[in-house]
Design a protein around this ligand. Structure first.
Ligand code: NAD
Length: 390
């Protein structure tokens, strides 16, 4: 029986709505940032969405610096360079602007710039976060431009440890942005592949959080509505990127997924993390590939829950109907059905498969899977995802 003992954390102030990016100067003032470092990625830095946001800062005569050396799936050298830019510019806060990669790196710069210990000492293990000097963490304003990771409402940043090819989660409660501006107009420029991948990331967060064991009825409620929003709006946003209503609902679903996953994630993420770290694939798209295989793997433990979820979402046919709806959604979004469709020229030998399974079972998300993820189970899931056999 589930023990009715738990710890609940809820997000931060979110200024939600089209056009609200105009409020950025006022938001900075409200959290006491006078000299922000604007952190984004190099692709976005070239797009009008960044130029128009910087214009708002110029209009308010705010002295800011721009840092955009952030690769998708950011690495330690990005963080080191970002901290250097932060210190050199004598900044007092961070505007993290972009998808999960830029948001995470911006949050990590704000967290790490004043610390003396290496960032790896603050990995999300036990109470390692208490090693940090919290007084040195500067405020963060987060502005998402994708709708998937929900990093804007999260207290962690993901960064790849290059030497071990491992994605590490760095956690501190003060890494939670002080204010979020969630303006769906900023997401209209996302190309369909990124719309699909990020949207499926939001779905994976809601679904895995809902299925994770543990007592968190609030997270469950948020996750269930998040799943419904994704099913109803992701195909619309994918078909017509300018559909601002669908974009807005996806932005909500993304924040809801990240709020819900404080309850836990599961094997979709445990396998997706090593694949992302080893092959540099898009995180959400990798989750989307693994989703039906993991659903089938967990079936015995989650069937009743998924029946209730399907009913709430208006999907007929209980567990099977839900699994079919996931397959249909993937097809609509052109998600590759098997790993070789995601990673061109993929050729995995036994040693590589064993490495991935070994990494999956120690991934921090593995503990949230409703069925214990053993090495045998992780290997079986990987084989299914390679062969495309659900
Ligand atoms: P991303 O940030 O890597 O961005 C992907 C691409 O989309 C980039 O080329 C970027 O330039 C482009 N892009 C972003 N917004 C755009 C826009 N509005 N218009 C046009 N192009 C745009 O992708 P993501 O999926 O948002 O983030 C993935 C990262 O987030 C991974 O590193 C993953 O590990 C991390 N992540 C973090 C958390 C968390 O809780 N902190 C959760 C899930 C994932």
């Amino acid at each position: 029986m589930t023990k009715l003992v738990s710890k609940w954390n809820y997000p931060t102030t979110v200024r939600f709505g089209a056009g609200r990016i105009e409020e950025l100067p006022e938001v900075l003032a409200s959290v006491g940032i006078k000299r922000p470092l604007f952190v984004t990625d190099p692709g976005l830095a070239k797009l009008p969405v960044v130029a128009s946001t910087l214009k708002i800062l110029d209009g308010a005569k705010i002295k800011y610096g721009v840092f955009s050396d952030v690769k998708p799936n950011p690495v330690e050298s990005n963080l080191t360079a970002g901290i250097e830019a932060f210190r050199k510019g004598k900044h007092d806060g961070v505007i993290a602007f972009g998808g999960g990669s830029a948001l995470d790196l911006g949050k990590l710069i704000a967290f790490q710039a004043g610390q003396t210990r290496p960032v790896w000492d603050f990995e999300d293990i036990g109470d390692w976060w208490t090693r940090a000097d919290a007084s040195q963490i500067v405020p963060i304003v987060a502005v998402p431009t994708t709708a998937g990771t929900g990093s804007e409402v999260g207290r962690a940043g993901v960064i790849t440890h290059e030497a071990s090819h491992t994605k590490k989660v760095i956690f501190h409660p003060k890494m939670l942005p002080a204010v979020v501006i969630a303006d769906p107009e900023l997401t209209v420029g996302m190309p369909p592949f990124i719309t699909a991948g990020t949207g499926m990331d939001a779905l994976a967060h809601c679904l895995e959080a809902y299925c994770a064991p543990g007592y968190h009825p609030m997270a469950d409620g948020i996750a269930v509505e998040g799943v419904r929003l994704v099913f109803e709006n992701l195909p619309k946003a994918f078909e017509n990127g300018k559909d601002i209503v669908a974009r807005a609902h996806m932005m909500s679903a993304a924040a809801m997924g990240a709020t819900a996953f404080q309850k836990g994630l599961g094997a979709i993420h445990s396998l997706s993390h090593p694949i992302g770290a080893l092959y540099d694939t898009h995180h959400g798209m990798t989750n989307a590939v693994f989703m039906p295989y993991v659903l089938a793997f967990n079936r015995d433990a989650i069937e009743g829950k998924i029946e209730r979820l399907a009913a709430y979402c208006g999907i007929r046919g209980g567990f099977d109907g839900f699994a079919k709806a996931v397959m249909k959604l993937r097809k609509q979004l052109k998600v590759p059905h098997a790993l070789p469709g995601l990673i061109k020229g993929l050729d995995m030998d036994k040693k590589r498969k064993t490495l991935i399974a070994d990494m999956a079972i120690v991934d921090p998300t593995a503990g949230g899977n409703p069925v214990k993820l053993t090495k045998k189970g992780a290997l079986a899931l990987l084989e299914h995802a390679l062969a495309g056999e659900v």
